[in-house]
Ligand binder design. Structure first.
Ligand SMILES: C[S@@+](CC[C@H](N)C(=O)[O-])C[C@H]1O[C@@H](n2cnc3c(N)ncnc32)[C@H](O)[C@@H]1O
Length: 282
């Protein structure tokens, strides 16, 4: 079990002290560490709903889809963004879901370190508002500090990370800026113009015009690098198609008729089109 050193109490922002199976702040707020090693730093007072974030079913669908390895090409792209020449890196995955990206990045880092015979230390923290996501994540890797918490109030001291990753997530740029070290990088993974186009064509009567996000920049950050990762993949069963649909926002946004069409398919060939952009804290 790994727990990051500079975690803050979500109620009074004091540094938490680790003792046995819990963490506590000087004012007596205590947070238990779950059996699988994660810590819940989202107290009831800070929740806007009873079960915030992705549901148990969505997390399970995402996990089954990602476990197929279909999105692995995104990892190779991400790894080169994260370790551009650095030997040490502290990384936060903000909205980490079931922990696929961080666990895969650790594997990729170990593989590349072994090949080049130079050890690159990689300290990582994954935060998600969904307790289901963090429960699943904590089973993927014991080498990550997994935290139930919100991007809107990241329970970590200022200037701790070399990189903040936000993949298909809910970015809160002021918080990302606060927890990044000076000149640290924010890495955004977002859908490109043709991402899952074949699925969207089935779901919607017409496809919305694509608009690149953050065209006018992000306050406190400078765009440094951009890479597109595009590949085709095939889903050969209704179960696989259902898992993909359930992990996308289309599950709730698409009209009933479109979802019915997709629920009748036995196979589907698709395009993954992902944009990875890095921004440097200015
Ligand atoms: C589309 S999923 C992406 C998960 C993961 N990054 C991936 O690509 O597999 C978005 C995730 O953001 C989480 N989330 C939503 N609001 C959040 C918030 N305010 N703070 C942290 N996580 C949040 C959801 O629970 C969900 O796991």
């Amino acid at each position: 079990m790994t727990l990051f050193n500079n975690l803050l109490c979500p109620l009074d922002q004091e540094v938490l002290v680790h003792e046995g199976r819990s963490m506590h702040c000087p004012n007596g707020h205590v947070y238990d560490i779950a059996k699988s090693g994660y810590i819940n730093l989202l107290p009831v007072q800070k929740k806007h709903s009873k079960d915030p974030g992705d549901s148990k079913e969505m997390v399970s669908s995402r996990k089954q889809f990602l476990d197929s390895g279909i999105y692995d090409p995104i990892i190779t792209g991400l790894h080169s963004f994260l370790f551009n020449g650095q030997n040490e890196s502290a990384v936060l995955d903000a909205g980490c879901g079931d922990g696929y990206y961080l666990s895969k990045l650790i594997e990729e880092n170990n593989r590349q370190s072994a090949q080049s015979q130079s050890i690159r230390n990689f300290e990582s923290v994954g935060i998600d508002i969904s307790k289901w996501a963090i429960t699943a994540a904590s089973k993927r890797s014991k080498n990550v500090s997994w935290i139930v918490g919100s991007n809107a109030n990241i329970p970590v001291s200022d200037c701790q990370f070399d990189a903040v990753l936000c993949a298909f997530g809910f970015p809160v740029f002021s918080e990302f800026h606060r927890v990044l070290k000076s000149s640290g990088q924010l890495i955004l993974v977002e859908s490109g113009e043709n991402h899952l186009l074949e699925l969207r064509e089935l779901l919607y009567p017409s496809i919305k015009e694509y608009r690149q996000t953050h065209m006018n920049g992000i306050d406190g950050f400078d765009l440094a690098n951009e890479e597109k990762v595009t590949f085709k993949f095939h889903l050969g069963s209704q179960d696989e198609i259902a898992h993909l649909l359930s992990m996308t926002p289309h599950m709730h946004k698409a009209p009933y008729e479109g979802r019915q069409k997709v629920q009748e398919l036995k196979q589907l060939s698709l395009t993954a089109d992902v944009v990875i952009r890095s921004f440097i804290k200015s």
